[in-house]
Design a protein around this ligand. Structure first.
Ligand code: SF4
Length: 348
């Protein structure tokens, strides 16, 4: 999209009632018009959050004084040079940490007007670091840790054999991270905890655990996704930048926010169909181990793998509970995963 088209999209979002936009990449700060985009958002009264690798900090630093910028999310693939650089290239970790230090000395950060969060995707490369994450976040000024397991989009799918961790190893990593955060006062974290994992964590750690149920899929009720062409989707998994098996690879006029109102796009069959699908939950029956789980009726797991075109998918955390949960939480497997997969309504 051109600068003009992005500004048109921002106007539609603001008119549609959106109050915060998150600029994602790739690396959004590398756009030559990045500062213009943040200024345009400010003029519309929108708040801005930016996801960045903080490798080249110049344009982001330039907008740090802009009151519209409220939050920066730093992507870290490891909290040590060895693990982070393995994914991002030699020297990346040092650059990111140097720029993070500059960012956390900025007046707006010190005044509490600009927050900095961290996104950490758990892989085999950074697995040993999970117990240290909470301390690292506190030491380096991160407000919240967004802790994620691997989603198998095309890039991760290609490296699945070397990056994925499963079974008992995955459960141990989740427990180590979770306990590390609970033990550290003031620690804030976002972690996907579907009910089966919640029960496992509660039993394995002896600590009550809040779980996500029908709010697990944010979808259209929480956010709206605009792709690099200006198409507006209810889910990022529908966009061409997240797929090779693309659902949409070109500009679709009826979905495009550069030329339509937010309200009109949300009336299209794409949004209506998505909302109906979430309500009916029919995609869930393709996911393992959801199709055997007692929480299936109430839980709303992310079905992005199915949306991307896979015939089946998995919720990695719950699959690990099914495979290895009994080790630390005796009896959990037969208590939670006892449905007969053949009892599922046939998906349409
Ligand atoms: S297995 Fe599926 S339905 Fe059961 S708790 Fe996990 S995500 Fe929810």
């Amino acid at each position: 999209m051109s600068t003009k088209e992005i500004c048109a999209v921002l106007r539609q979002l603001q008119k549609g009632g959106v109050d915060t936009v998150t600029l994602l990449g790739g690396e959004p700060t590398l756009r030559k018009d990045f500062t213009d985009i943040v200024s345009a958002a400010e003029q519309l009264g929108l708040y801005v959050s930016v996801n960045s690798n903080l490798i080249d900090f110049r344009s982001l630093y330039a907008v740090c004084q802009n009151a519209a910028l409220k939050n920066i999310v730093v992507s870290l693939d490891g909290i040590e040079a060895q693990s982070h650089d393995k994914m991002r290239g030699k020297g990346s970790f040092a650059k990111t940490m140097n720029n993070l230090r500059a960012l956390t000395r900025h007046k707006r950060y010190l005044d509490g007007d600009l927050t900095v969060d961290m996104t950490f995707v758990l892989t085999a490369a950074n697995r040993p670091e999970t117990p240290k994450l909470a301390a690292f976040a506190a030491e380096h000024g991160f407000r919240t840790i967004n802790f994620k397991t691997l989603q198998y989009n095309d890039r991760a799918e290609k490296n699945k054999d070397t990056l994925a961790i499963t079974g008992r190893d995955l459960l141990d990593a989740l427990v180590e991270f979770y306990v590390g955060c609970l033990m550290r006062e003031g620690s804030r974290f976002n972690m996907y905890i579907p009910p089966a994992l919640g029960e496992y964590l509660a039993q394995a750690t002896g600590t009550p655990c809040e779980t996500i149920t029908d709010e697990a899929c944010g979808g259209t009720s929480v956010y709206s996704y605009v792709d690099l062409l200006g198409n507006n989707f209810p889910c990022p998994a529908m966009s061409f930048e997240e797929n090779e098996n693309i659902n949409v690879s070109r500009r679709i006029d009826r979905l495009n926010l550069a030329i339509n109102s937010f309200e009109d796009v949300h009336k299209t069959s794409v949004f209506k169909g998505f909302d109906t699908s979430i309500k009916r939950g029919h995609r869930k029956s393709f996911l393992a181990p959801c199709n055997t789980c007692v929480f299936l009726e109430t839980c709303s797991p992310c079905t992005n793998e199915i949306i991307r075109g896979s015939k089946s998918g998995a919720v990695a955390e719950c699959l690990a509970v099914q495979q290895a949960g009994n080790d630390r939480a005796p009896g959990i497997t037969s208590r939670i995963f006892r449905r007969n997969p053949d009892d599922q309504p046939s998906p349409t």
